[in-house]
Design a protein around this ligand. Sequence first.
Ligand SMILES: Cc1ncc(COP(=O)(O)O)c(C=O)c1O
Length: 454
Amino acid sequence: MSAIERETREFESRSSRSKGIFEKARELTPFGVHSNYRYIDPYPLYFSRAKGSKIWDADGNEYIDFNMGFGALVTGHSHPILIREIGNCIDKGVLYGFEAEDSVELGRIVTSRFGYDMVRFSTTGAEATMHAVRLARAHTGRKKLLKFEGCYHGSHDSLLVSVKPTKEKVGDRKSPNQVPASKGIPPEVITNTIIAPFNDLEACEAIIRNHRDELAAIMLEPIPMNMGFVLPEKGFLEGLRRLADEFNCLLFFDEIKTCGKFYRGAADHFGVKPDLCTMGKAIAGGFPLSVIAGSKKVMETIVPGQVSHAGTFNSNPLSVRAAIVTLRDVLTESGFHFAERLGEQLAKGYYDIARDAELEAQLQWIGLSGTIHFSQEPVRDWRSFLETDTATWFLFYLSMMNRGIIPTGTGPDEQWTLSVQHTEEDVNRAIERFKSIAGDLKDVMEKMPLVEAL
Ligand SMILES: Cc1ncc(COP(=O)(O)O)c(C=O)c1O
């Protein structure tokens, strides 16, 4: 029996209740989940409780959670300060249908911390990027976007292009194909999303020149976190800034994920300022709130009756209060230092074990977040991500889960997130567990396709 078969059996023997729930759920809901990313073979686990750094599945198994809601919980689960504040707030109404007074305070906190002139709040990341794309188009009067191969920016048509294209479909490395990431997207929508290779400034410049006068924005995550953890090479972000200025389009950073990985976000970390930015996930401690932020000139393009931005749940009182408390009292500079120190410990622990076990693995991380790519070479773009070994990743993930550790988000394209509620003991336990399985990861014979689970 191979290690994958053995661990799959172990997984099934630990999760009979989840399996039963899945059988019922899939009669009501396609694949038994309400977000495609949550589905995994042989069936998804269902969870019933979470607190601090821990989460419990429906069978009562306890896990140390390094997924943390796909990076949305740098506060950890149900932080006591948040529970207290939200408890006080809930009594005052959960939705006004008018602007909540608190939203001004949150606007001040976000603009001063992340360095933008103005903000608008939305609810999810996808909504923020969708509105920001329209805003960029309205502001520039142009319709095309430059997006990077392998990057995900939410589940809406303009950006569901070349998210996880297969080797057979990607085309020329320097001028990638525009590959729809889902059925149901009109081809004419796809034609407006131009695809470029990450970390290749020369190719980007050629593509941008080709579409000069048509591009509304160059859009990217400063660290692409939907192909693992890909660091921008020296000069790449600065080069894109220069190109955006030269060709009069907006530089748009999608910091839905990365805003929670650094105290002042990734733009500040790398010292490159975009014209437009979206933030979400960790910003409200697990409550749904996203942000569109930018210069006054760009943001003032939003005008009622002319350029749309709307949403029933936008800046609802609970999410706004949660974001204020999260940014002001929980994700403080010292909170970040604490989580970053644990993140460094975790990554170095994994690194040493991978090296000693002679695994073909790349540890890529900064501070509180990172990932392990099972590949010979570092991952620097989508093409190198395609060389990573999905079967070894699957065995890693399953084996860690079976030993009480959720090592990363679900998928080889995800990463771990440390929170302010993790402890050294949590980190040491994860390192120990990794050590106990490292030998199995050396010669995985199976091959698994990368599934475009969008
Ligand atoms: C970079 C990035 N942008 C946008 C989104 C969409 O956010 P949401 O799932 O809240 O709609 C995600 C979600 O993972 C993301 O990682």
